[in-house]
Design a protein around this ligand. Sequence first.
Ligand SMILES: [Zn+2]
Length: 219
Amino acid sequence: MSYMLLTITLLGLIFLTASCRKEIPSDPNSAGVTVTTVSSRGFLSQEQIRQQLQKIAQSTRPKIQAPGAMCYSIALPPQYAEYVCPKCGSRTQHYSQKQSPLNKEIIYNGKAISALTYELDACRRKIKQVPKLSVELDESQFCKHCSPDIETPSLILIIHYPEMQKDHRYEGVTSQDLDLLIHFLKGHKKYNDGMDDVAVKDHLEQLEKIVGVEINNAQ
Ligand SMILES: [Zn+2]
């Protein structure tokens, strides 16, 4: 009898937990909203970022191991992906090929499918690890309801520099971009991306685009 009571209590607890979870998306401050805001103290200015870029440009390139042989097979992205908007709850179906409503051309939308399939979860996780900058991940282009006019959606990294009126927007951000940014901001000269060693110095041009700062453009 007491065993049954315990089971019922447990089931009740599971049910309560489940129903609490359902309410989380309606809270705009919860994790998983369309724009993930991460704040920390002591944000860097564009000038400080430029100086840090310059420091790396002038530093000696770290010794890294030669990239390993590509002995894995590269899977083609799926033909279809669904995006559930954490902000408005709408479901948007994305197909790898679709007809443009404007000029009736067939658009190959593989980038959007890849972003949803391979990048979204990793980017949501990594945006929270970016130190020293006020950053957001804007996913809103993937929602037909929030962005009705966007034909080829992409993930956008937004950086708020304390001294700038306008935010820097970097379209098409990937989890690899965020890895590079995180290690750059932590002052690492090299890191392992899970497959190979990567020298930050080898990707300065990419970093300039990500942070919206040019090394040789003093203000
Ligand atoms: Zn939406």
